[in-house]
Ligand binder design. Structure first.
Ligand code: 26W
Length: 820
């Protein structure tokens, strides 16, 4: 497709000129990093035209907008994605080729922006892509962390965290907007004043403050000229450090404000699903929320003078409880700055805020100690007290005499502020992220709330963007899909993928499909050789588990099964065994000791297995260092088998599962999260499902767990692998290295319940399912068909579908079109 805005000669000239003005160099002299910058600025130039046009259109049409409030946006690299969405990838690649520049190499120079941990952050990024592509007005609101998710190095098998200095060379796509700076206040005390009319005013005194400076990133929609904005806030001291404050004896205060500004945005908390109660984290939350809400109100008031109609133009979507102070900050502005009464303010707030829950893991729930919270955010705390007082009154009215309800549902209880309760009480919508997850919320975790306000609860099954995870990550398959469907429309309507079903029995098509998979496996094999020094055979089954490391995700089940297979292969060399490569990728939260032991164990087993010549390379294991968005794209493209083996009920949705499916990898997994819906779409015969159901898990949990010793005592194969954790097999004779993992399974010493995540309970069923994977893979035609059907049936899992549902059921946004 000819794209006049990326006319080759003009683009080449632009790049050459950028190299000259930015770096005083010629193209030949420029470093790859400099070329990346020069190319990015040339692309940005075109994006800005659309950005301006989009903002102008918003000004004219005044559509309702969603502010997607999130502590995390795991964007991944922008250059390639922007080129794809501007439909200019091929042209630019050719233009650069003619200049002797390799676009792929240039793309590799871009730091992978990792302002997020895992699923929740990447979901936010996919949502922004879909919002722009569907033509909805949206802002992403977040934090410009100076250091994103740490870089992971593996040293001697252990995870070592290195800082991710992603801004060190500057970021070509960002735009600093000091003219929209906002002040954010912390601490101090609240003084009550009365005016002539007897109205109360709350004045915050002796506070510390920082200046929030927005940086805007363009979010390019696919082929529609829509460019939305991700606005992330940086912090600066409110007044420059001045000597005269020293004279005034305020030296200390000046230094403190300086430090506050520096610390607040310094680093992303690398915790996934674990609440640690750190004061700095609460500061981060209030910092970006206060700035974002203030900015949203200013923007609204520019066009509208009736603040009570805010909900007609604005929705604040809270990505988990992390942004939930938004509720109280909005109340504060309405009460203290707009001068509304409580009922009026509450009425607006409860029509404007909505909440998404992403986890039922108890340890993830944010419950701030009241003393910390009230000290840091005194006015916000007052407001929450009043919200709580009124809510408790309402509980007592609805359930007279039932103080159990009050205890379970109050926002303030046992010295804590329960953020989820605040979000539910103030939100007009509460949604889970997959059907099963939403049912568990309604029937277990949030049962009391569901009974009292059922109308708020709804499900929005997650999705992923096919632009990044097929077009960019797997261009061979993307082109094949276009060819087979005879249209490119699947790029914005993934339901069209079902048209591929008619190729499921076509021998030629199946061959093509599998040969693309093979090429992607070769590409990954090269990456592995380069990064791990391990040779893997692309003809072996690529069995992949990539995701954050967490006990509930059960990487340990996977690894114990590899240990079991290894025992089998050694013991029965005569038995046929289809060669397999087990691929892992995972970051562990820096303070999560057991997760880090599991990484060490993966690497230890890999060492033994990969170096055992007696097994003829039948088994290989690879731990891919520094799993992140950019290498994920290649990994999904190359996977044969998708490991989704969480303890049923624990994984809210999963989104990696959808990326594998899109790329033609059948799932081996439990009936958990969105796996349930994946199986529904693709058919039970095209997946490998095993293990306890979520009802069974919940039942066991309500009855104090189960006794893994029965299994250990009666299943010699299981007993053997469990014992191998402490007999030195994988630890050069050290019997203590994995003692804690051993104990966690059998509870001989550990304090928590034995085998909390039902690893031994599900082991046999898992091994059986893996056996079925092997048999299915041996039958080439059957496997190819299964793989193709996974791609063909993935239509539901586009984030375009998810966003459309949010729009229809929760946000009620107006579609806009932009012409240039
Ligand atoms: C307070 C610490 C903390 C940090 C992050 C608590 C909880 C989180 C997130 C909710 C963890 C997360 O990323 N959850 C994942 O969200 C995805 C998107 O909805 C789901 O697909 C995953 O199942 C869920 O684990």
């Amino acid at each position: 497709m000819y794209n006049p805005r990326f006319e080759k000669e003009a683009f080449k000239k632009e790049v050459t000129n950028n190299v000259k003005t930015l770096f005083r160099r010629t193209v030949d002299e420029a470093t790859p990093q400099q070329l990346f910058q020069a190319v990015s600025y040339a692309v940005k130039e075109v994006i800005i035209d659309d950005w301006l046009a989009t903002q102008k259109k918003y000004d004219e049409d005044d559509p309702k907008m969603v502010y997607y409030m999130s502590m995390e946006f795991l964007m991944g690299r922008a250059l390639g994605n922007n080129l794809i969405n501007m439909t200019a990838y091929t042209e630019v690649k050719e233009a650069l080729d003619e200049m002797g520049i390799d676009l792929n190499a240039i793309e590799d120079e871009e730091p992978d922006p990792a302002l997020g941990n895992g699923g929740l952050g990447r979901l936010a990024a996919c949502f922004l892509d879909s919002l722009a592509t569907l033509g909805y007005a949206a802002y992403g609101c977040g934090i410009r962390y100076h250091y994103g998710m740490f870089k992971q190095k593996i040293e001697d098998g252990y995870q070592v965290e290195k800082p991710d200095n992603w801004l060190k060379d500057g970021n070509p796509f960002e735009l600093r907007r000091p003219e929209y700076a906002k002040e954010v206040r912390f601490g101090g005390n609240i003084r009550v004043e009365y005016d002539e009319e007897g109205r109360t005013h709350f004045v915050q005194e002796n506070y510390e403050s920082v200046l929030a400076i927005p940086y805007d990133y363009p979010i390019v929609g696919y082929n529609n000229h829509v460019v939305n904005t991700l606005r992330i806030w940086d912090a600066e001291p409110i007044v420059d450090f001045q000597l005269d404050s020293f004279d005034r004896g305020d030296y200390h205060k000046a230094v403190e404000q300086q430090n506050l500004a520096k610390n607040i945005v310094e680093v992303l908390y690398p915790n996934d699903n674990h609440y640690a109660g750190k004061e700095l984290r609460l500061k981060q939350q209030y910092f970006f929320i206060s700035a974002s809400i203030q900015a949203a109100i200013v923007k609204y008031k520019k066009k509208h003078d009736d603040i009570t109609k805010l909900c007609e133009k604005v929705t604040f979507q809270m990505n988990d409880t992390h942004p939930t102070v938004a509720v109280a900050e909005l109340m504060r502005i309405l009460l203290d700055e707009e001068g509304l009464g409580w009922n009026e303010a509450w009425n607006i707030t409860t029509k404007t805020c909505a909440y998404t829950n992403h986890t039922i893991m108890a340890e993830a729930l944010e419950k701030w100690p009241i003393d910390l919270f009230s000290r840091l955010l005194p006015r916000i705390y007052q407001i929450i007290q009043e919200i709580d007082r009124r809510f408790v009154e309402q509980i007592r009215k609805t359930y007279p005499g039932d103080e159990g309800k009050v205890k379970r549902m109050a926002i303030l209880m046992d010295g804590q502020v329960k953020m989820a309760h605040l979000a539910i009480v103030a939100g007009y919508s509460v949604n889970g992220v997959a059907r099963l997850h939403t049912e568990i919320l309604k029937n277990q975790e949030l049962k009391d709330f569901y009974q009292m306000m059922p109308e708020k609860f709804n499900n929005k099954t997650n999705g992923i963007t096919q632009r990044r995870f097929l077009m960019h990550g797997n261009s061979l398959l993307a082109d094949w899909v276009t060819d087979k469907l005879g249209t490119k429309d699947w790029i914005t309507d993934l339901s069209l993928m079902s048209g591929l079903k008619r190729w499921a029995d076509d021998e030629e098509a199946l061959k093509e499909f599998m040969s693309i998979k093979y090429k992607n496996k070769e590409r990954l094999a090269e990456y592995i050789l380069e990064h791990n020094g391990i040779e893997v055979d692309p003809r072996s089954i690529f069995d992949v588990q990539v995701k954050r490391l967490h006990e509930y995700k059960r990487q340990l089940l996977n690894i114990l099964h590899v240990m079991y297979l290894y025992n089998q292969v050694k013991e029965h060399p005569e038995k046929s065994f289809y060669p397999r490569t087990f691929i892992f990728g995972a970051k562990a939260s820096a303070g999560y000791i057991r997760a880090k032991q599991i990484i060490k164990l993966i690497n230890s087993v890999a060492d033994v297995v990969n170096n055992d010549r007696s097994i003829n390379g039948k088994l290989k294991m690879v731990f891919i260092e520094d799993y992140r968005v950019s290498n994920a794209e290649w990994i999904f493209a190359a996977a044969d088998v998708s490991e989704q083996i969480s303890t049923a009920s624990k994984e809210a949705s999963g989104t990696g599962n959808m990326k594998f499916m899109l790329n033609g990898a059948p799932t081996i997994g439990t009936m958990d999260g969105a796996n349930v819906e994946i199986v529904e779409e693709v058919g039970i015969d095209n997946a490998f499902i095993f293990g306890l159901s979520s009802d069974e898990v919940i039942h066991f949990e309500l009855n104090g767990g189960y006794n893994p010793m029965d299994i250990y005592n009666n299943d010699p194969d299981i007993r053997r692998v469990v014992d191998q954790l402490v007999d030195g097999t994988y630890a050069h004779g050290n019997t203590e290295l994995y003692r804690d993992l051993y104990n966690s399974l059998l509870n001989t010493k550990s304090s928590s319940r034995a085998d909390m995540y039902f690893i031994l309970k599900d082991f046999r069923a898992y091994a059986q399912a893996q056996q079925e994977v092997e048999e299915a893979y041996r039958d080439k035609d059957r496997w190819a068909k299964m793989a193709l059907l996974n791609t063909a049936c993935c239509g539901k899992f586009s984030s375009d579908r998810t966003i459309q549902e949010y729009v229809e059921d929760i946000w009620h946004l107006d579609k806009i079109t932009v012409e240039v």
